[in-house]
Write a protein that binds this ligand. Structure first.
Ligand SMILES: Cc1ncc(C[n+]2csc(CCOP(=O)(O)OP(=O)(O)O)c2C)c(N)n1
Length: 617
């Protein structure tokens, strides 16, 4: 087994090309086995095996800096840099992360998780290198999907105009999570059909010679460049125009060609871009056929390709309801930023293609684009994951809320998301949305309430947030009443304790209520429904009665529901209250299963029960 020879950084350099080819197929099996057990990002990693091998053969990762954009494709890199055995616990609580982490290995040059940051980070690292007179290579590996993100384009603009020595590796598999879209993709399509680079390729030179007047001069110029590189530089249009030397396209599954091209490009000065063509899901037929299904996947059966378990989730309920609403109301439009499947919008895209917009990984644009449509009386439902709203925060404030526009912002994957970890948890949104003027914030406690909130949001003329979690495990069966603006719902009445909660934490309130009832306590249980405006009247009335409160939310302790209640107590001068506040601490929350994380951070039912008993004593 070649994999046995890979134990530490740079071991890959000791293998011959034929051994590396053998290693590629062993890596495919190994990654398949691990992801089928732990879940994770399969298709992207299967597609980038040869490219990673080539990169880490040419560069010295103990000193050169490779930045993996998004970072979901870093599994091969982890295996090649001494973490082969740790992969078995990847994404598990106390195991290694599924994304690059500088704290995990020095060969992880920069933390990633959100898309399109690699070229900016590379430019920063290379600038520091030059100002500090150091000597190492800086490489950004970015997918064609991530290249649609505004930040990547901003960075290309900066890097291209600089003389900074940076290598951008464009891993082009024609896919974002779904099929890649947009003008940048059209540009890449033109470049893809150029003759592939091969070691013996004289194609470039011949093409250049044919350019009237200048052709021979360019060839002369190129000939003065280092020997061996001259035949591989061909005009790459856009990239050349903005200041990069464009090389490729090269077959991303041919290790020998890749190594040859990368090592030649390594000697070039200034910014270079190597266009690498890969196949997402390579080597696992199910993933090759439907790469979007195997982009990020939970545990699955390798033989059948089918997931081990499946739960109906909030995203699916959202998507289904949106289709029903759009049938009745022609003003409804749907917007996603490259997350059609994840946000449950696939059915809408099929049924109403003219009213559906996938704008690519472009959250900022997606939000202001929605604002524009709302300004002219369409009703946009935009769905982004909670942590990706962070990208579009100014657009929410400046373009949507300041103009008080009727944009319905659906916040998927709110709360802890589990194994993807710190970069993907949606623990900040209640806090950062709450401080924006004009905004209304709601969170449903079950599927039915989500549907009612969507109906409500259609009638409410202003910016509105509906926040819901990943999955749907806690879809409590509770008779839910219609929504009234700013009104909480009292789910149970009692005298000993006020339980205040919202959204996906309501089920914890219900479980707590049951436990305390069997201890002979009676409680008020308040489902806030609205974080903003908060139903002060209902909450205060209850607190004044019981004098004891426990607040439960799945957000950071800073700035969300807990903070709202603390502010309320101060504002209304409520004293002599016993209280417990259950929320995630003001820390970076790690990865692991949701239940492991709940235990670690004191969000599990047992801890909540113990804390409530403390104030009831
Ligand atoms: C800001 C942001 N938006 C959305 C995502 C979700 N996301 C993760 S990977 C991905 C597609 C990336 O496509 P590409 O860069 O081509 O890489 P590939 O997986 O195809 O190799 C998306 C949309 C993200 N990580 N960050």
């Amino acid at each position: 087994m070649q994999l046995d020879k890979i134990n530490k950084v740079n071991d890959i350099k000791k293998l011959s090309i034929s051994e590396k080819i053998e290693l590629s197929s062993e890596l495919r099996n190994y990654i398949l086995e691990i992801v089928s057990k732990n879940g994770g990002h399969l298709a992207s990693n299967l597609g980038i095996i040869e490219l990673t091998i080539a990169l880490e053969s040419v560069f010295d990762v103990s000193k050169d800096r490779i930045i993996w954009d998004v970072g979901h494709q870093c599994y091969v890199h982890k295996i090649l840099t001494g973490r082969k055995n740790d992969m078995k616990n990847m994404r598990q609580f106390d195991g290694i992360s599924g994304f690059p982490k500088t704290s995990e290995s020095e060969t992880d040059s920069f933390n990633t998780g959100h898309s399109s940051t690699s070229i900016s980070a590379a430019m920063g690292i290379a600038t520091a290198r030059d100002l500090r007179h150091k000597d190492y290579n800086v490489i950004a590996v970015i997918g064609d999907g991530a290249l649609t993100g505004g930040m990547a384009l901003e960075a290309l603009n900066h890097v291209g105009s600089s003389k900074t020595k940076i290598m951008v590796i464009l891993n082009d598999n024609e896919m974002s999570i779904s099929k890649n879209i947009g003008g940048m993709n059209e540009l890449l399509t033109k470049l893809r059909v150029k003759k592939n680079y091969t070691k013996s390729n004289k194609y470039g030179k011949n093409v250049i010679k044919k350019i009237p007047f200048l052709g021979n001069k360019i060839v002369d110029l190129i000939s003065r460049l280092k020997s061996g590189i001259k035949q591989i530089i061909i005009p790459g249009m856009f990239f050349e125009d903005i200041g990069f030397k464009y090389l490729g396209p090269v077959d991303g599954h041919n290790i020998s060609d890749l190594e040859d091209l990368i090592s030649k490009a390594k000697d070039l000065e200034g910014p270079t871009l190597i266009h690498v063509l890969t196949k997402k899901g390579k080597g696992y037929s199910y993933a090759e056929m439907t790469p979007e299904k195997y982009h990020g996947i939970s545990k699955f059966n390798i033989e059948t390709g089918e997931p081990i378990s499946y739960t109906v989730d909030y995203s699916a309920i959202f998507g289904k309801k949106l289709v029903q609403m759009a049938k009745k109301n022609k003003k409804i439009v749907a917007v996603t930023a490259a997350m059609k499947d994840g946000t449950g919008m696939t059915a809408f895209s099929v049924k109403y293609p003219e009213r559906f917009f996938d704008v690519g990984i472009a959250e900022q644009h997606a939000l202001t684009f929605s604002a524009g449509m709302a300004k002219e009386k369409l009703i946009p439902f935009i769905s982004l994951y909670s942590s990706f709203y962070q990208r579009g925060y100014d657009q929410v404030i400046h373009d949507i809320c300041l103009q008080n526009l009727h944009v319905i912002m659906c916040v998927d994957r709110a709360g802890v998301v589990g194994n993807d970890g710190a970069t993907h948890h949606g623990l900040l949104d209640l806090s950062f949305f709450r401080i924006i003027p004009n905004i209304t914030i709601m969170a449903p406690c079950n599927f039915k309430e989500l549907e009612l909130m969507m109906d409500f949001s259609l009638e409410h003329n202003g910016p509105i947030v509906i926040r819901y979690p990943r999955g749907g495990e806690h879809n409590i069966l509770y008779p839910i009443k219609n929504i009234r603006y700013g009104k909480a719902e009292i789910l149970a009445k009692g005298n000993d304790l006020t339980i205040i909660t919202i959204g996906n934490s309501v089920y914890k309130g219900i479980e707590l209520l049951k436990k305390l009832s069997s201890d002979d306590y009676s409680c008020d249980l308040i489902n806030c429904r609205f974080l903003k405006p908060l139903d002060h009247k209902t909450i205060l009335k209850s607190i004044q009665k019981t004098k004891k409160i426990i607040v439960i939310e799945d957000n950071t302790i800073v700035g969300g529901l807990c903070t709202c209640i603390k502010e309320l107590l101060v504002e209304y001068n409520v004293n002599d209250i016993k209280s417990e506040f259950i929320a995630y601490p003001d820390e970076i929350i790690t990865h692991g299963s949701v239940s492991d994380l709940e235990k670690k951070y004191g969000q599990d039912l047992y801890t909540i029960y113990k804390k409530s008993k403390r104030i009831l004593k």
